[in-house]
Design a protein around this ligand. Structure first.
Ligand SMILES: [Zn+2]
Length: 179
């Protein structure tokens, strides 16, 4: 029962990613309905049922929209762990200020990118232009409904069954990048 389940609000907004046990409890209590099933069937001595992959709450849950936080993890999630200079996916990435801090480069979505160690060392404390390097795409502030943390939201794209439910809330993100 350790499968992950995507929980949608009554209006189909992605609300949470939870474990199957919690999702089954919601279903059992009549608080949610199954939208998409998993391929697995759960068997126990007393019951057997198809595991849910996506459930939708029976009632609308009103929640304040949280702020999208700028964190190391969210920058890595936005860039798909891909170095924004050489384009390679690296196991270990650093966060680079495109315009260096001591040149008044800001610590924001538009000036922070993922960079592999090699490119970061090569660039040093210079602008990309000075270092003769170019960004593979312009850094941006993601636009989406952030009930789920941004890194979790991006990770959720890897589940093919969830893509259709998440895509409408992923404006500005290239989903292919994350799948
Ligand atoms: Zn690189």
């Amino acid at each position: 029962m350790d499968n992950q389940v995507l929980v949608l609000n009554q209006n189909y907004e992605p609300l949470n990613v939870t474990n199957a046990r919690r999702a089954v409890t919601l279903l059992y209590l009549g608080k949610a309905i199954v939208v998409e099933k998993d391929s697995q069937v759960f068997h126990s001595p007393t019951v057997s049922f198809e595991m849910p992959s996506v459930v939708r709450l029976a009632y609308y849950v009103k929640r304040p929209t949280p702020q999208l936080k700028l964190t190391r993890r969210s920058i890595i999630a936005r860039d798909g762990q891909r170095c924004q200079y050489c384009g390679r996916r690296a196991k270990t990435v650093t966060i680079d200020h495109v315009i260096p801090r001591d040149r008044r480069g800001r610590t924001d979505w538009k000036n922070l990118v993922c960079a592999c160690i090699k490119c970061n060392n090569k660039k040093g404390n210079r602008t990309p232009q000075e270092a003769g390097m170019t960004l593979i795409r312009r850094p941006f502030r993601p636009r989406y409904v952030p009930y789920i943390s941004f890194s979790k939201f991006v990770a959720a794209f890897r589940n093919k069954r969830w893509v259709d439910y998440l895509a409408p809330f992923a404006q500005g993100l290239d989903i292919q990048e994350y799948c």
